[in-house]
Design a protein around this ligand. Structure first.
Ligand code: BEZ
Ligand code: FE
Length: 290
């Protein structure tokens, strides 16, 4: 439809109103935001009822945040694909290092330091061992790197989110040895739905989208002089790999859990008394740019 004179001038007036913003980057961001929001409003010819529904949706999104474990705005960014777009923009052209993915809202700082191969699972599941190395892009091992790990219990909930779970369940800070090796004893991750009891859940249901994430283990890996890596390892055979609710899957982050019998030599080393599943993955960290 043809724009009226008022429609034609309002965008330029709103953009111009921010032209005296002293900080150049803030000016660029706000003026671009105004242009894009106006273009969107014009494109869909937003009705007054729809505008109000949008205001109510964003208000409810803010009201759902509790400053602790629930951050509905991040969840909204995740399901709109914005979080993974920010990730892609900020990790361009790093083909020689491990790929990053979405951080998610369930990380908790200050979880227990764990020994090499220590069990972090205090709730039941299929016993698992995850081992590998952390190296730089030339393959040199990074000793004493920290791997901060978190995953859901088999009920699909994280400790903190699910108050029935012991503090620190399926969480912990592991450290690499002199050869850059790490070992984590846990349970095989399961797929789980992102929280659907808020506005984001309503959006998914109204648009016919499912809320599931493929099974994964979260990692935040830190080593002095290297860029912190936030990533996941996804179970390679999960049915939701091609339809992750938050678009976080990258092919290079898929791992296979292979069955090992109770009499496998690794069982003795890591204290398994029953059969278990073993996955291996080597992480490569980029140097902090100088
Ligand atoms: C997660 O993997 O913990 C997660 C990521 C994005 C949204 C919700 C959960
Ligand atoms: Fe997760």
């Amino acid at each position: 439809m043809k724009q009226t004179p008022a429609e034609e001038t309002i965008t330029e007036k709103a953009v111009a109103s921010f032209s005296t913003t002293p900080d150049a980057r803030l000016r660029e961001i706000v003026q671009s935001l105004v242009r894009h929001v106006h273009a969107f409003t014009q494109e869909v010819e937003l009705s007054e009822e729809e505008w109000l529904a949008g205001v109510r949706f964003l208000t409810a999104t803010g009201q759902m945040c509790d400053g602790l474990v629930r951050q509905e705005f991040i969840l909204l960014s995740d399901v709109l694909g914005v979080s993974m777009l920010v990730d892609a923009i900020n990790h361009r052209a790093q083909h020689t290092v491990t790929e990053s993915t979405v951080f998610g809202p369930f990380y908790i700082e200050g979880m227990p330091d764990r020994e090499f191969g220590e069990n972090m699972a205090f709730t039941p599941g299929v016993p698992a061992l995850v081992t590998g190395k952390v190296t730089d892009a030339d393959g040199s091992p990074l000793a004493n790197a920290t791997l901060d790990i978190w995953q859901t219990a088999t009920n699909g909930m994280y400790s903190g989110q699910d108050t029935e779970q012991p503090i620190g369940n399926l969480r912990g800070r592991y450290h690499t040895d002199e050869q850059g090796r790490y070992a984590i004893r846990t349970v095989v991750p399961v797929s789980y739905p992102i929280p659907t009891d808020g506005p984001v859940g309503q959006l998914l249901s109204a648009t016919g989208r499912h809320p599931w994430r493929p099974a994964h283990l979260h990692f935040m890996i830190e080593a002095p002089g290297y860029r912190t890596l936030v990533t996941h390892l996804f179970n390679h055979d999960d049915p939701y790999l091609d339809s992750d609710a938050v678009f976080g899957v990258k092919d290079s982050l898929r791992v296979a859990y292979k069955p090992c019998e109770y009499n496998n030599p690794l069982a003795k080393t890591f204290g398994f008394k029953v059969a278990f599943q073993h996955a291996t993955y080597d992480f490569i960290l980029p140097r902090v740019p100088s």
